[in-house]
Every structure is written in C-alpha cells, then in structure tokens.
Write a protein that binds this ligand. Structure first.
Ligand SMILES: C[S@@+](CC[C@H](N)C(=O)[O-])C[C@H]1O[C@@H](n2cnc3c(N)ncnc32)[C@H](O)[C@@H]1O
Length: 323
C-alpha cells in the first residue's frame, strides 16, 4: 500500500501503534495459523489506524501515470490534477473505469459498487465522471467508511458502508459494475470475493479488478479464472510500467507526494513500524518489494511467510457476468 497524502494532520498515530501491539498479543495467543477472521481483524485495525491520520484527498494506492489516460481525464475535467493532488491515483481509478465496455455517458440509471474503497476518494472522483444513479463504496475499515461518509457522501447517490469483500451485504443482482482497486491482495479468500462480486452483479454486469501480484497470487487468480463459470474474462492488461512511472514521479525530491508525506506528524515509532522509517511511503518501487501490510501480518505471525514474496506486476482484469 502507498498513501498519497494531501494535507498535514495532527498525529493520532498512537492508535496505530496500540492496534499493532494488540495484534501482536493476539497472534502470540493463537499461533495455530492464519484464521481468515484474524487476518481481517488485523487488516481492519491497521487501516482504522491509517484512517486516523489520513486527511481529505488521501488515496491509499500507488497511482499510475500514462499520458493517454491523463489526456482523456483532462478532456473530461480540465486541470483535475492542478489543485491539491498529483493526479496519479485518479489516473489509476480512471484506468479501472475506462476498460469497462460501457461508455462514460452510458451510466444513467446504473449502480456501481466499489469493494475496498478506502477513504472513498477514488469513487468520489469517478462519481464526477459518470452519471450512475447509485454509487456505493464498501470497506472493511469502519474508520475509513465513517470518514468517507462524513466527507464525501451525497444523498441517494454516493455512500459508503462497512463490510467484508467475501460477504457483501447486498442482494443478488444489485449492481451493473463492481470495481476493486489495490485491495484484493488483502483478502484471505480471493475466490470468495469473486463469487460475491458475481452474485451482486446483474447478468451482463462488469467487474473491474486492479491489483498488484506476487507469483502465488497471480497463479491463484489465473486458476480461479480458468475454473470460473460465473464470468467471461477479457484479456489481462499489464499496467506495471504505468504504476512504476507514477512511483518515479512521487520519488522526485520536492514532489507533491514527498512534501505531503513529510508534513504528516507521524511518530518515529509509527514510521519505523511502517518500514524503513516510512521510506516505502516515499516511493520505493513496488516491483521486487514486499507489501508493508504483508510484512506486518508476518511479523505478528498472523500470516505465515510465503515462499515467493516480492511483487512483480500490477494488473487489470475485466470480467463480464454471464447472462
Ligand atoms: C491499499 S487500500 C486501497 C484503498 C482504495 N481502493 C484506494 O485505492 O485508495 C486496501 C483497502 O482494502 C480494504 N480491505 C482489505 N480487506 C478487505 C475486505 N476483506 N473487505 C473489504 N475491504 C477490505 C482495506 O481496508 C483498505 O481500505
């Protein structure tokens, strides 16, 4: 995970530290293995902590940079990247949307669900581009969905609910589109999420899945796609290089990203816990690196060490629910 930080914020990072200590204790007591509930408990505590020091405008993804994508967004919202953002996370969200074979002006009357919506900024951005009648973000972290509702919700159009990707609190066939951005690598059961996405989609509805992969998780997704009966899968799109390009931009000294991360008043302890003094947030290339959350889960023995652990690619998959 990366956090794109937009404003300075007084520290509430000790919440994060205390969540971390609790996790450690709990996992010491339960060394039997990574029960899914334990992984989810850890993930939600960690993101609740991150939400407590995040500020309006923050995304929790690496972003991407592609001149064509940038030009397309600027056509729709001139200067979208001029004020209080570097525009890179918005590009990633636009990528999630633009590959879905529904024209941007074809969303009237449609329902869109984002699973793993974080602070809601990505969905809020997309809600400016399409005229869907109902747009809902769901996240495991209650602090994230509370913040998103307080800051971004719009009556009857955009709202956020706390919930689990593997057990979606919606009736069958409720949505036309489900999007999922840099979130599913946290789910204990990717297949469970895909089943739920298929269930809540209408026949003919689309899933746009965007995430980063290690060998194991990519093999798992490939296997699930082969076995899957609910979806027809389009050809996978590799967006590793555009994501790396965004990270390079964020690494430049004096970048918007660096300035805003360094303005966060995080305690030294939090920076250390988050890895190399927080340097991964200052833009370490994700390829060849390990996810910080994964490292926390392993350090607290909630998740066993994986054999091949470095990320190698960032990919997008579009699936259409069979009619
Ligand atoms: C790296 S963040 C990405 C957030 C957002 N999509 C963005 O790009 O800013 C991963 C998100 O997935 C959420 N998440 C992890 N496991 C989840 C689960 N089982 N169900 C729903 N959300 C989950 C986390 O709480 C977190 O907000």
């Amino acid at each position: 995970m990366s956090t794109s930080t937009h404003n300075s914020n007084a520290a509430t990072a000790e919440d994060f530290a205390s969540g971390f200590r609790k996790l450690n204790k709990r996992s010491e007591a339960e060394r039997g293995g990574p029960a899914p509930e334990q992984v989810k408990g850890a993930v939600s505590e960690i993101y609740n902590g991150v939400a407590s020091w995040s500020t309006k405008g923050d995304f929790w993804n690496w972003g991407m940079h592609d001149e064509r994508v940038l030009a397309e967004i600027r056509e729709l919202v001139p200067d979208f990247d001029r004020y209080d953002t570097d525009g890179l996370s918005e590009q990633l969200y636009f990528q999630a949307l633009r590959e879905i074979p529904i024209p941007l002006d074809g969303y009237a009357g449609k329902g869109v669900l984002e699973v793993g919506s974080g602070l809601g900024e990505g969905l809020n951005f997309l809600s400016r581009l399409v005229n869907a009648s109902q747009i809902i973000g769901l996240d495991l972290s209650r602090a994230a969905t509370d913040r998103a509702n307080a800051r971004l919700s719009r009556v009857d159009r955009l709202s956020f609910v706390q919930g689990d990707a593997e057990d979606l609190p919606f009736p069958d066939g409720e949505f036309d589109v489900v999007i999922n951005v840099e979130s599913s690598h946290n789910y204990p059961d990717l297949g469970g999420f895909l089943d739920e996405a298929a269930r809540v989609l209408k026949p003919g509805g689309y899933l746009s899945h965007v995430d980063l992969f290690i060998d194991q998780s990519h093999a798992r997704l490939t296997q699930l796609k082969q076995q899957d009966r609910a979806f027809e899968w389009a050809e996978e799109v590799d967006i590793t290089e555009p994501v790396r390009a965004a990270i390079r931009k964020r690494l430049v000294p004096g970048s918007f990203y660096r300035q805003n991360f360094s303005s966060k008043k995080l305690s030294v302890k939090t920076r250390i816990m988050m890895g190399r003094g927080g340097s991964h947030l200052a833009g370490a290339d994700f390829v060849g690196h390990r996810d910080w959350l994964d490292q926390v889960l392993e350090a607290t023995r909630i998740r066993p060490k994986r054999t091949q652990q470095s990320y190698h690619s960032y990919r997008q998959n579009i699936a259409r629910k069979r009619s």
